[in-house]
Design a protein around this ligand. Sequence first.
Ligand code: GLN
Length: 232
Amino acid sequence: QVTDAKGKTFAIATDTTFAPFEFRDGSGNLVGIDMDLIHAIADEEGFTVDIKSLGFDAALQALQSNQVAGVIAGMSITDERKKIFDFSEPYFDSGVQMAVAKNNQDIKSYEDLKGKTVTAKRGSEGESFAKSIAGQYGFTVKALADSATMYDDVKAGNSVAVFDDYPVLAYGVSQNNGLKIVTDKEQGSSYGFAVNKGQNQDLLAAFNDGLATLKANGEYDAILDKYLAKSE
Ligand code: GLN
């Protein structure tokens, strides 16, 4: 299907380190499920993307101030966000989970967080979830800008635990990132591609159309397999 996005170029913002959705490979190229998806959809629909690797909170701010047309960043479709953004069809199911340093024997549940500091990404669902239970369990939430910095903070012992999306934690643990997962997955929202509410509807329509094509022709599954086969 030919959409109005054909022939246009769109600036798209993303996170910096959110493997396997967006991260730098050994050669410094920005790769991952989100990157392969947006490029494949752009090829399919005949538009061009200019990817800006800004960080999650910065990407959402860039979108709100119209510096970019859309965001693809493992971004959860939440009711709160739907007030200001329009989302594509969901393309990946996710949710939040807690991890600690691999050698930590003390923190096994939320109860063990009393009086401690945990970290989560500024503006993320992980941060909202951690804050929603912080009072009940008596811990403090420290917001940091990206997942790599959060994990380093936990390994350095500045935070005892990190709340992040479970596919991302699972991928990192499978790559021996020095963390281990200690709680069950919390129910979470699926990922969607976002534009500002009522704006760039041509791009949104093209994303949905391209996503449906990739799901039908097997390319969507191939992209997921490419990044997830090793970690499951
Ligand atoms: N899925 C989470 C959210 O949308 C985190 C996204 C991210 O860290 N890139 O809040």
